[in-house]
Design a protein around this ligand. Structure first.
Ligand code: CAA
Length: 258
């Protein structure tokens, strides 16, 4: 399907989505977010895809929501159309693992988009921040909620209130990103991680994602209960039989994703 603001391709069982508004630092306008949502929904429904990578370019993952588009919105425009919720929430509903491969700026909505993904892998050039206060507004795509969960209250307050940027090393130290790699290795690393994940049983990878995400939404005892039931459910999968038999028989498992 031809898109205007994203490029899509599949490599084996990995889908790659590249944000493609490089002149505007991949500023996230509504059409781009709609296209991203459509592409993600399509890959989520595609049995041939086991993991998805979202990336930008060397200069920017995304420098935020499109300020030129937003500048004249009225309260009624954003409230009635449910701005952000309308076009951004698709990502939360994607059940397959999604990796953000971040080089350059991930600011405002760009940082928030990365945080909606399951794993963030950063190039050494990556810079994260929530600078919306510069614009007389504040993070509106989950930044005030996901950033404190990722990096703690102190750093989240610092970033949202001072508008300063955090480099890749600080982002890794703080728990926002899982690995930092040399800039020229970013895509190799992100695609290799995605390929690895996609080689495992798809229903199990989906259950892992669901269970870890539950940790953000509930109490420890409820979360552990949920995990236990999902763990029990894996015993109904052919892939659990295959995975354990392969271990016992000292061979590689062949997962059928069921
Ligand atoms: N929206 C619209 N256009 C943007 C943009 C954005 N978020 N970020 C960059 N651009 C555009 C610039 O206007 C510029 O366009 P022109 O060439 O037509 O002038 C082009 O991209 C290149 O940007 P710069 O010339 O500014 O490049 P730079 O290297 O000097 O600076 C930058 C890069 C530090 C990322 C700077 O562009 C910047 O500060 N961008 C805005 C960051 C920001 O405030 N993000 C938050 C947006 S609000 C938001 O996201 C709300 C929310 O929570 C959902």
């Amino acid at each position: 399907m031809p898109y205007e603001f994203i490029l899509t391709e599949t490599r084996g069982r990995v889908a790659l989505i590249r944000l493609n508004r490089s002149k505007q630092m991949n500023a996230l306008n509504p059409k781009l977010m709609q296209e991203l949502g459509q592409a993600l929904d399509g890959y989520d429904a595609d049995d041939g895809v086991g993991a998805i990578v979202i990336t930008g370019n060397e200069k920017a993952f995304a420098a935020g929501a499109d300020i030129a588009v937003m500048q004249n919105y009225s309260f009624m425009d954003v409230y009635k159309s449910n701005y952000i919720t309308r076009d951004w929430e698709h990502i939360r509903n994607i059940r397959k693992p999604v990796i953000a491969a971040v080089a350059g700026y991930a600011l405002g909505g760009g940082c928030e988009l990365a945080m909606m993904c399951d794993i963030v892998i950063a190039a050494e050039s990556a810079k994260f921040g929530q600078p919306e206060i510069n614009l007389g507004t504040f993070p509106g795509a989950g930044g005030t909620q996901r950033l404190p969960r990722a990096v703690g209250k102190a750093k989240a307050m610092d970033l949202c209130l001072s508008a300063r940027m955090m480099d890749a090393a600080e982002a890794e130290r703080s728990g926002l990103v899982s690995r930092v790699v040399p800039s020229d290795k970013l895509m190799d690393e992100a695609l290799a991680v995605a390929e690895k994940i996609a080689s495992y049983s798809l229903p199990v990878a989906m259950m892992v994602k669901e269970a870890v995400n539950r940790a953000y939404e509930t109490t420890l005892s409820e979360g552990v209960h949920f995990e236990r039931r999902m763990f029990h459910a894996t015993f109904g999968l052919d892939d659990q039989k295959e995975g354990m038999a392969a271990f016992v028989e000292k061979r590689k498992p062949v997962f059928k994703h069921r």
